[in-house]
Design a protein. Structure first.
Length: 517
């Protein structure tokens, strides 16, 4: 039998290991979750821990969240997927239960555990940066900078890591200058990497967190500083909105008349083809006009290893990408237009980027343009496949229709996937089978799976303990909760191993590892 001190060390080591490997390895994260649970099971005083669980109303209420998944197995016909869902959600119940029935974490212990997440993030982001440097000859998708886990989940952890670093930098103002410098440098680097990777979800959440902190701390400042801080926040937010409006207007601005000149031929005397029914534009020029495949095909195949009728690196038809790119520079789609392209232009087209904006873009402008184009293309009847934003709109619409068909009790724990796929078929979706996915909204996923009844039970179980244990005043927990709740608008955060572990581990630490705030 291991001694109590050894069990304690294993417990702290395992929690630290989970944090460290969350941004680095799904497998190693699972190993440390297993270590936490096994150490808890073999430690002495199990009976005392069980009594401790039943004596804590907030822990009992929280456990209802996992109980919902078990109860709704009764409403499930696909038992295999239902059991898979229960297995995936194991961290949801076990990590908070183990943390809540173990001895409370001390301030230094909690600091070490949170700091290991920062260390893991530093390794993950440095590895991603090294990857981009060694692949500098190729135009890579910024999402590829997240080498080990989903770029969105990495961005959520980076946001949390930035504020952990900031918290301990300010908290240690009278302590080690070396440690403060480490936290400061770590926070600054993670902030820089967040914008390099340019995860839209992460950057939006980061901005909202900054606004939250300004508002939260402004009440402690003098009236002049409070007004100045709030004015600055409102000004920055207003400038962002004005910039977005300007980009929308610029996108909508036409730079050529909506007419087709008859009898116009290429310099080589070849005929153009036109599709006047399609109104797609790139930088104000109509895309599907003045196209000469007879010239584009052989000339492109001379300068590129990717066939004109093949697929670019983002999975789109290269012909379409090339035509859109030539349109974006105001050129007709023929051999003369193709001759205007240099090596950088060709690399961009091969990489799947269909507008010259991506060549010299700022990242922010690129993302705004891509969002506007996808929505405009979707509303004009275009296929959303391969376009992340409009695909998500299809995911949401499909999930909502499934919920409307099962409003009270949902589809059951294991049947949502099948119901979603059947709904795509009923709707005659343009998406290929591999792109027919879940709602990408955790709130809608819970609503679809469990209906209104289960939705209330699940979120009540998650949120009520926060008020019972008076956690609303805890700064880091407030930051963590904002990150999680906002992420669930655009992601099924709890439907992946990394996401559910990230939530369960730090929810358990902040909620159950100490007394009232």
């Amino acid at each position: 039998m291991l001694g109590g001190t050894t069990h304690r060390r294993l417990y702290l080591f395992s929690l630290s290991g989970i944090g460290f490997f969350l941004p680095l390895s799904v497998f190693m994260t699972s190993v440390f979750i297993f270590m936490v649970i096994i150490n808890w099971l073999i430690e002495a005083n199990i009976r005392k821990r069980i009594d401790k669980f039943w004596a804590d109303p907030s822990l009992i209420i929280y456990s209802v969240a996992y109980l919902v998944y078990i109860i709704w197995m009764l409403n499930t016909s696909d038992l295999n997927y239902g059991l898979h869902a229960l297995k995936l959600k194991i961290p949801l119940i076990f990590l908070p239960a183990v943390i809540g029935t173990s001895d409370k974490l001390g301030r230094i212990e909690r600091k070490i555990i949170l700091s290991t997440l920062i260390l893991g993030l530093l390794i993950a982001t440095i590895a991603g940066s090294a990857y981009s440097i060694f692949n500098s000859s190729e135009l890579i998708d910024r999402r590829e900078l997240s080498l080990f886990i989903s770029h969105i989940r990495l961005s959520l952890m980076i946001c949390f890591g930035i504020f952990i670093a900031g918290y301990y930098y300010t908290e240690g103002i009278d302590r080690s200058k070396y440690l403060r410098a480490c936290y400061l440098i770590s926070g600054l680097w993670l902030t820089v990497f967040l914008f390099i990777m340019f995860s839209f979800t992460g950057i939006v959440i980061f901005g909202i967190l900054l606004i939250y902190l300004v508002v939260r701390f402004s009440v402690r400042l003098s009236k002049v500083l409070r007004i100045a801080g709030l004015t600055l926040t409102i000004t920055v937010a207003s400038l962002i909105i004005v910039y977005i409006i300007y980009q929308v207007k610029d996108y909508s601005k036409l730079r050529e008349p909506d007419i087709i000149e008859e009898g116009i031929k290429t310099l080589n005397g070849n005929e153009y083809t036109h599709d006047p029914g399609r109104k797609d534009v790139e930088n104000g020029y109509y895309v599907w006009r003045y196209i000469c495949d007879e010239e584009l095909r052989p000339e492109w195949n001379k300068i590129s290893d990717i066939d004109y009728d093949g697929i670019d690196r983002r999975g789109h038809q290269l012909r379409n990408t090339l035509i859109r790119y030539l349109t974006s520079i105001g050129s007709r789609k023929d051999s003369a237009g193709l001759s205007k392209l240099d090596k950088d232009d060709i690399d961009i087209i091969e990489s799947g980027y269909a507008n010259i904006i991506y060549r010299d873009g700022t990242g922010i402008r690129d993302k705004i343009y891509e969002t506007i184009w996808q929505i405009d293309y979707y509303l004009d009847g275009g296929n959303p496949q391969g376009h992340s934003i409009t695909q998500k709109l299809d995911f949401l619409i499909t999930g909502w229709r499934v919920f409307l068909a099962h409003p009270l009790f949902g589809t059951g724990t294991g049947d949502m996937v099948n119901e979603i796929l059947m709904q795509y078929d009923r709707d005659g979706s343009n998406l290929d089978q591999e792109f027919r996915r879940m709602p990408h909204n955790q709130y809608l996923t819970v609503l679809t799976s469990f209906g209104i009844i289960g939705f209330i039970l699940f979120w009540g179980a998650v949120l009520i303990p926060i008020f019972i244990r008076e956690r609303t005043g805890n700064l880091l927990f407030s930051v963590f909760l904002i990150i999680i709740l906002l992420s669930m608008i655009g992601e099924d955060t709890l439907e992946t191993h990394t996401g559910v572990t990230f939530f369960s581990c730090y929810y358990g630490i902040f909620m159950f590892s100490n007394g009232k705030s």
